[in-house]
Design a protein around this ligand. Structure first.
Ligand code: GLA
Length: 399
């Protein structure tokens, strides 16, 4: 199985190795044959490799967060892999506030337009990420022109303008939005972000109302990490129930699911999905990865604001992943997908946070410059044993 899966990727790498890396530096006469070779290789991949999207068709959509190179065509190999494997895409960064709305009154849709065009050209379910978050948002958002904190009304107006402009631009095209990201503390209380301290607790309701107003048919999500912990999970459950009581449109909870090899256990993952689904919304796995590197923090977190300086012992596999760990990762992914499959219908989408290991944020978080192996495809975009294990969960050999 593993052998048969990797053959077309090796063929592809051989062709790409002699052409793809230098394509942009060559004259047009050389570009065309290279592109033809690349397209041929892509067609081979699509014809011979099982795809995640087909394997899980009828259970849930399956996707990945994309970086700019993948959807703008610079990374042709990555783009081909995305088209072959996934039917939904999320933008890793290009719809975050700091990118799309960098200065007061200035919106820059250059990259997000390309992202949406890529998804449309390939018939994918396009997710928008993220409208209201305390991170990757410029400081000016919370200040007036003199640098003083905005009033509640002024910040609400600014939030509404942002949501109307961004959601409105892609109305009917981006099908679902992470409206609010990471609003909760680990104990389930509301995080004292500038949104909460300036506007008050109802900033969440307001964000959902503005998004619904801007595109009434869009799915709207609340997205967060560590929902496998009882206190935080209880906070999300209470929040969703409150929104529903107030008649606010919310389609799903996004559970980021940044996992480790041993945490959360399959049983915990299972009970988390059950508890979230009991609120009456869908549960999306929105940022799946499995970190095999040593933890450098005491508590489990996916807080992007964290940065840890550490010595080289926390980067144990700088060259390659030992076979034994590779197998642990494969088993781990199979366990996760068995649980997800058991919740088909409730779990509507499973999105990986990245495509190949080389793209992952976990190479630089929380320690910069580590070599991480958290995804189903390796640094050459070849399927790992974990990919085969996941495919086998969907299509057991003797089923
Ligand atoms: C959080 C955010 C994502 C991304 C990841 C790490 O989970 O929701 O947008 O920044 O962190 O890349």
């Amino acid at each position: 199985m593993i052998f048969s899966l990797s053959v077309p990727f090796r063929v592809f790498r051989a062709i790409r190795g002699s052409s793809g890396g230098a394509v942009r530096a060559r004259k047009a006469t050389h570009v065309i044959p290279s592109l033809v070779a690349t397209l041929f290789a892509c067609a081979q991949i699509q014809a011979q490799t099982p795809s995640l999207k087909d394997a899980f068709a009828g259970a849930f959509k399956i996707g990945a967060a994309l970086n700019v190179n993948q959807f703008s065509g610079v990374d042709a190999r990555g783009a081909a892999l995305v088209k072959a494997q996934f039917n939904t895409i999320s933008p890793e960064n290009v719809l975050k506030w700091e990118v799309v709305h960098p200065r007061p009154g200035v919106y820059d849709f250059t990259q997000s337009d390309r992202f949406v065009a890529f998804g449309e050209a390939n018939g994918m379910f396009i997710v928008g990420h993220t409208l209201v978050w305390h991170s990757q948002v410029p400081r000016w958002v919370f200040q007036d022109s003199a640098g003083k904190p905005l009033t509640r009304d002024a910040l609400l107006a600014r939030m509404r303008d942002h949501i109307q402009t961004v959601v409105g631009r892609y109305k009917g095209r981006i099908k679902g939005w992470d409206v609010v990201n990471e609003a909760l503390n680990e104990d389930g209380t509301l995080r004292h972000s500038p949104w909460q301290t300036i506007i008050g607790d109802d900033y969440i309701e307001k964000a959902f109302e503005f998004a619904h107003e801007a595109d009434p048919s869009a799915e709207l999500y609340y997205n967060d990490y560590n929902l496998e912990f009882p206190a935080k999970r209880a906070g999300v459950v209470a929040l969703v129930r409150k929104l529903k009581r107030e008649g606010i449109t919310i389609t799903a909870v996004g559970s980021q699911t940044h996992d480790k090899l041993a945490f959360p256990t399959p049983a915990r993952l299972d009970s988390t999905i059950t508890a979230l689904a009991a609120t009456g919304v869908k549960v999306n796995v929105t940022e799946l990865d499995v970190d095999v590197l040593p933890s450098v923090t005491q508590n489990r977190t996916a807080d992007v604001g964290l940065s840890v300086r550490a010595n080289s012992s926390v980067n144990p596999y700088p060259d390659s992943l030992p076979a034994a760990v590779q197998q642990q990762l494969a088993k781990r992914y199979a366990d996760i997908f068995r649980v997800l499959l058991a919740h088909r219908g409730t779990v509507d989408r499973v999105t990986f946070w990245g495509v190949g290991d080389g793209d992952s944020w976990l190479n630089n978080w929380p320690v910069r410059g580590r070599t991480s192996y958290p995804l189903l495809f390796d640094r050459a975009d070849q399927p790992k044993p974990a990919f085969d294990a996941v495919i086998r969960v969907a299509r057991p050999p003797h089923a």
